[in-house]
Design a protein around this ligand. Structure first.
Ligand SMILES: Nc1ncnc2c1ncn2[C@@H]1O[C@H](COP(=O)(O)OP(=O)(O)OP(=O)(O)O)[C@@H](O)[C@H]1O
Ligand SMILES: [Mg+2]
Length: 445
């Protein structure tokens, strides 16, 4: 192997995308890895301006014009393959020639956007709540107006409608924005721990307690906001204690004698209808009225369908950047389908659906069978789908579909008699002219 061959081989096998251009930015050569990375053919790039590779060519052109080196800059590529985000280093090959070498590498670490709640901090602000719906805009207006008030806010709405991001936005809009935002979810922690979580405990309050004791969420939220999520899940005796805290404005730790004054703004949220819970005797009436001073009810997504196309665009852009994958084109028909769907998991379901689509590279059929929007609900939902009966029903539907609803042919294919097929169809409520059932099948396929 001569030296040149050796170098060629080296460049070919190096796990980086490499391009070389002349001083004007016209591509002279690229390695295989680059073609693989971006999904281009050699002849599509040779002697073309290197800028055709970039989504924002101005940035690269400017750096080249200024003869600056580029060191590990994040760039977006007009790739034909699925990835679009890479790091680029580019600089003159040596002091004598004007040729420039471009080295593309995969982004090292997935930079998860800080969507998660960090320690006692609210990250969401009103400008990140996407809507064009008139009544939702009015709701946000109201929330902004009451942000500074110390009165309690009760946010209700179905799962995934945005209760938590609204609570965070209110805090960040208020004069408490530099104080803590402390969230506690009564539904997510064991009942036996709720009291110590909320109120803290003193040294030696119970076996297993930390030596030095521990402050509760109310104390931690001093001069800030406490977010009582899923308040409907709070045990009845805890509701009594909570009511006392609200009325007295002070807390005492478990095992402690001292009453500490706390300056805390309360925002509570529930996806249950608390009024109904009061009527059923599950929720204290007096606490309900204490919390419900400033009620905010977020409408489900199906009642603000005009937001659906907007949210699709928003999540498509946001998630494709986060996942480092290409956006998917959404046809007019698909938009109609998305608008007509009823989104039981609301915005969270839509967000997850777009994420799934970006990962798949296409938009799959709609429906709960495919989309997970909340682990808890998946558990409940899947249960009936695990039964043999359910599989039998789906299989019968499939076969009927194959034979366009012809009973004789379908029964023969299934290896059963016509009467048996009729009986089973009756049992499962299958009706050949029922389009809804066919579209359910499409979702499963
Ligand atoms: N209007 C909106 N604009 C942008 N993103 C939204 C909007 N509404 C909801 N989301 C997104 O949906 C997700 C769910 O919102 P959030 O957690 O606030 O819902 P929730 O009402 O608290 O649901 P749950 O009752 O299940 O806790 C969030 O991660 C957020 O990204
Ligand atoms: Mg929530």
């Amino acid at each position: 192997m001569d030296y040149r061959e050796y170098v060629d081989n080296l460049i070919k096998n190096i796990p980086l995308g490499i391009a070389i251009s002349d001083g004007e930015g016209y591509v002279k050569n690229v390695n295989h890895k680059l073609l693989d990375m971006f999904g281009y053919k050699l002849e599509e790039l040779i002697e073309r301006p290197v800028s055709i590779l970039f989504k924002e060519p101005e940035k690269v052109n400017r750096l080249l014009a200024e003869k600056k080196k580029i060191i590990e800059e994040e760039v977006f590529i007009k790739a034909k393959s699925n990835k679009i985000r890479f790091t680029l280093s580019a600089y003159p090959i040596d002091a004598y020639s004007r040729d420039i070498i471009y080295i593309f590498a995969d982004i090292k670490k997935e930079r998860r956007m800080a969507n998660r709640l960090s320690e006692n901090k609210a990250i969401y602000t009103f400008d990140k709540i996407i809507t064009q719906n008139e009544s939702f805009i009015r709701l946000i207006q109201f929330a902004k107006e009451v942000a500074d008030s110390k009165s309690t806010i009760l946010i209700t709405g179905e799962s995934g409608t945005g209760k938590e991001i609204l609570a965070q936005s209110i805090h960040n809009h208020s004069n408490r924005r530099n104080g803590p935002f402390v969230a506690i979810n009564s539904g997510a922690i064991p009942e036996s721990l709720i009291e110590s979580e909320l109120f803290g405990y003193e040294e030696g309050a119970f076996t297993g307690a930390k030596k030095e004791g521990q402050p509760g969420k109310f104390e931690l939220a001093h001069k800030g906001t406490i977010f009582l999520d899923e308040i409907g899940e709070m045990p009845y005796d805890m509701q009594t204690r909570l009511l006392r805290v609200i009325e007295e404005g002070s807390v005492s730790r478990i095992g402690g004698l001292e009453q500490k004054l706390v300056d805390v703004r309360i925002i509570a949220a529930s996806n249950k209808n608390l009024k109904e819970e009061v009527e059923k005797g599950n929720f204290r009436k007096d606490l309900f009225y204490r919390l419900n001073v400033l009620p905010i009810e977020i409408p489900p997504l199906r009642e603000r369908k005009d937001d659906i196309p907007l949210l699709v665009d928003y999540f498509m852009e946001k998630l494709s950047l986060r996942l480092n994958k290409k956006e998917i084109l959404v046809s007019k028909e698909k938009i109609d389908e998305l608008v007509n769907y009823n989104w039981p998991g609301n915005v969270r379901e839509l967000e997850n659906y777009i994420e799934l689509s970006i990962n798949l590279g296409y938009m799959p059929g709609l429906g709960e069978e495919r989309i997970s929007f909340k682990p808890k609900e998946i558990g409940e939902y899947r249960h009936e789908h695990l039964t043999l009966e359910y599989m039998e029903k789906i299989h019968i539907l499939k076969v009927l579909k194959i034979f366009s609803g012809n009973i004789t042919k379908s029964a023969k294919a299934l290896g059963i008699g016509r009467n048996t097929l009729y009986r089973k169809m009756d049992k499962y409520g299958i009706n050949c002219s029922d389009i809804e059932q066919w579209s359910m099948l499409e979702r499963l396929e």
